[in-house]
Design a binder for this molecule. Structure first.
Ligand SMILES: *[C@@H]1O[C@H](CO)[C@@H](O)[C@H](O)[C@H]1NC(C)=O
Ligand SMILES: *[C@@H]1O[C@H](CO)[C@@H](O)[C@H](O)[C@H]1NC(C)=O
Ligand SMILES: *[C@@H]1O[C@H](CO)[C@@H](O)[C@H](O)[C@H]1NC(C)=O
Ligand SMILES: [Zn+2]
Length: 480
């Protein structure tokens, strides 16, 4: 793993911690009123004048020629390629396909930039409860987990409900054991640290493996995978998520003083491969050097098909240049659509982009990312200064016909865009009705069945029109 990659993963991991430390989101419908936004009447009138072009875009995508197109392209993409693991050949073919379908629309300014990405491949995985009774345990190894010995590891298990509980234990009690975390699900941001740090914390006390209650609010016996990171100076121990049901079951056995013995067998390989970020530019008519970015990631986990995470986000970002082309709309600034690679293994493509384009990052006016579902759009989560949010809130008033006017303040509105937003670039994520997102996330359940054609049309319309207005209006979105 390259040093740059280590840095990227570290920043990603730190971000996860920062996100987890934040208070709950607060939906503010009339942001402008609540924050006493003081935009000039001139600017308000100018923004309001985009009403007809916004409605043209919405009509085109929701009831016009583009209707159903985001879903049908996603269906073709997902059913042809399936899951697209970072560093895999199928991911590279999927990238070629997106380039091909873009050129087929007569959108020619599509190109790629190479990125070294980690390539972690899951092998055979099984877990069996041997005592107090035999039962197989469904599991999914976590990204970057090491393998067990070929014949597995068989050990007694202890169950904890929090890191504090583990910290309070004598190392003697943990040494040689499998640590099972049966932590409650609070929110993804709060609870994901058990996945990302659980193995390291257990290994630091001498554990031989770590099994983590899957990071989801709901389950029909499904484990969810995801990235984890070994701290420096700990023994790398195998680690996996188990289902909510089994984690709670083991928790009950442990509470009832049963001796728990588990046999765990896991194999995996890890190396580095070359992948590509994919970029499509709609060149600005007046300020081509200034950028508004729309984005989603093209890689996925190996389980399920990555239709939701992040096929939907990628396809609505792909729709932006296609819809603008068909409507013959070219904004004053350049709109760049980016499909990041290597997101799931540590935001690798996004960090590579931020580094490679360092000199032009001052020209990024606004960066948008959709990676938390493309269900019914509700508005945007927005990071940046209050003045920046006031302007965006004014733009969102244009979306009352589809009820997508909400603005939620979010210091870090997206995972892949953190590299840019942390440098002060104003950014936004797609706020959508994604209450069930983490039911499917990183699991076998992430398939086309989760996606909905009408909702994708609304997202494509919203994403295109927001990007167009921000790229075309007379003022830049101010920085902090
Ligand atoms: C993309 O188009 C090229 C040139 O027509 C073709 O050779 C290639 O097979 C296509 N790739 C995919 C994945 O569709
Ligand atoms: C890890 O171990 C090395 C060598 O013993 C030491 O220099 C370094 O400070 C340690 N790092 C941490 C985070 O403990
Ligand atoms: C927007 O909300 C109104 C009132 O609740 C509802 O009648 C309308 O169908 C909604 N439109 C969309 C596109 O969801
Ligand atoms: Zn994602």
């Amino acid at each position: 793993m390259s040093r740059h990659l280590e840095v990227a993963i570290f920043v990603w991991y730190t971000t996860v911690l920062l996100v987890s430390a934040k208070p709950k989101q607060n939906v503010v419908k009339s942001y402008s009123e609540l924050h006493k936004c003081e935009l000039s009447e001139e600017l308000k009138t100018e923004i309001a004048s985009y009403d007809s072009v916004v409605n043209d875009i919405i009509d085109f995508a929701v009831s016009g020629p583009f209707k159903g197109r985001a879903y049908s392209e996603l269906e073709r993409f997902i059913d042809t390629f399936g899951p697209r693991v970072s560093g895999s050949e199928v991911l590279e073919r999927a990238i070629d396909h997106v380039i091909n379908i873009t050129r087929a629309e007569d959108v020619k300014d599509v190109y790629t930039e190479e990125v070294e990405v980690p390539h972690w491949v899951r092998g055979h995985e099984s877990a069996e409860l041997l005592e107090p009774r035999r039962k197989s345990l469904s599991l999914l190894g976590l990204g970057t987990s090491v393998a067990t010995a070929p014949d597995g590891v068989t050990a007694e298990a202890i169950v904890v409900h929090s890191f504090d509980e583990l910290d309070a234990m004598d190392n003697d009690k943990v040494k040689g054991k499998i640590v099972v975390y049966d932590q409650p699900y609070v929110s993804y941001g709060d609870t994901v640290r058990y996945r990302s740090q659980g193995a390291s914390k257990a290994a630091a006390k001498g554990a031989v493996a770590a099994l983590i209650r899957t990071i989801a609010p709901f389950s029909i016996y499904s484990p969810h995978t995801g990235m984890q990171r070994y701290s420096d100076n700990v023994t790398k121990i195998p680690t996996a998520c188990i289902t909510l049901e089994d984690a709670d079951f083991l928790g009950r056995l442990y509470r009832n003083k049963e001796k728990i013995v588990i046999k765990l067998v896991m194999s995996s390989t890890m190396d580095t491969k070359t992948s590509r970020n994919t970029l499509i530019d709609v060149k600005g008519t007046q300020h081509p050097e200034k950028l508004v970015i729309v984005s989603g990631h093209i890689d996925s986990w190996d389980v399920g098909t990555g239709a939701m995470d992040d096929g939907g986000g990628m396809i609505v970002s792909w729709a932006v240049p296609i819809i603008l082309k068909e409507l013959n709309l070219r904004p004053k600034r350049t709109i760049r659509s980016i499909f990041w690679t290597g997101e799931e293994l540590g935001l690798v493509g996004a960090f590579a982009y931020a580094k490679k384009h360092k000199v032009e990052n001052d020209n990024i006016n606004f960066v948008m990312e959709s990676d938390e579902g493309t269900f019914k759009p509700l508005g945007l989560t927005v990071g940046g200064s209050q003045h920046a949010r006031c302007i965006v809130a004014e733009v969102l008033k244009l979306f009352s016909s589809i009820n997508a006017t909400a603005l939620v303040e979010e210091e870090s509105p997206g995972s892949d865009i953190v590299a840019l937003v942390s440098q002060g670039v104003p950014g936004a994520g797609l706020l959508n009705a994604n209450e069930k997102y983490f039911w499917f996330h990183h699991s076998e359940g992430d398939t086309m069945n989760v996606e909905n054609a009408e909702e994708l049309d609304l997202c494509a319309a919203f994403w295109t029109a927001v990007a167009y207005v921000i790229a075309d209006m007379s003022v830049d979105i101010p920085r902090k």
